[in-house]
Write a protein of this length. Structure first.
Length: 168
């Protein structure tokens, strides 16, 4: 397994843990489906929401690189076609979720009889509805606010907003 594949698998484990903690369903695509890796859904309205079966589509990324980290945001470069697919109008909001891992990938996971620990965390941003890309551009760097940690409480809030009919 390449280091990139290892990062991808750890990011899937992180996402599965967050989704399971929230008691939501996770549907993984067998292939990257329009720049969507997974869909997270709930069977009924969430929190004060009124819409049944809210869903979000997620493009999941992971990195050990430290140059993407800034004091107020994480920067992530997307190829133009990926960016355009994620910002396009959609029935389910598209989220970009980026998991930061230790620079030494072997330090990413710790296991004891008392816990399974994934080091570092993921950050999220809603891509649906962001500005269209200049047609001449080949890529776009997205800024993901550090305040938007992808955690169980954040995912519940995101899903509640979708259940209320608003974009997170």
């Amino acid at each position: 397994m390449t280091p990139e594949q290892q990062q991808e698998e750890i990011s899937k484990a992180y996402l599965h843990a967050v989704v399971a903690q929230c008691s939501f369903a996770l549907g993984a695509w067998t292939q990257d489906h329009g720049c969507v890796d997974v869909t997270v859904g709930a069977a009924s309205p969430v929190g004060s929401g009124h819409l049944s079966k809210p869903k979000v589509d997620i493009q999941l990324k992971a990195t050990t690189r430290t140059d993407v980290e800034h004091p107020e945001f994480i920067s992530w470069q997307l190829e133009a076609d990926h960016y355009n697919a994620l910002v396009a109008p959609a029935s389910a909001p598209h989220l970009l979720v980026v998991l930061l891992l230790p620079s030494d990938i072997s330090q990413s996971i710790e296991h004891t009889v008392n816990h399974l620990l994934i080091r570092r965390c993921a950050y999220w941003v809603t891509m649906t509805g962001q500005m269209d890309l200049d047609p001449a551009a080949q890529s776009k760097t997205v800024r993901i606010p550090r305040a938007q940690v992808f955690s169980p409480s954040a995912l519940r809030g995101i899903m509640e907003q979708v259940s209320q009919g608003t974009t997170p």
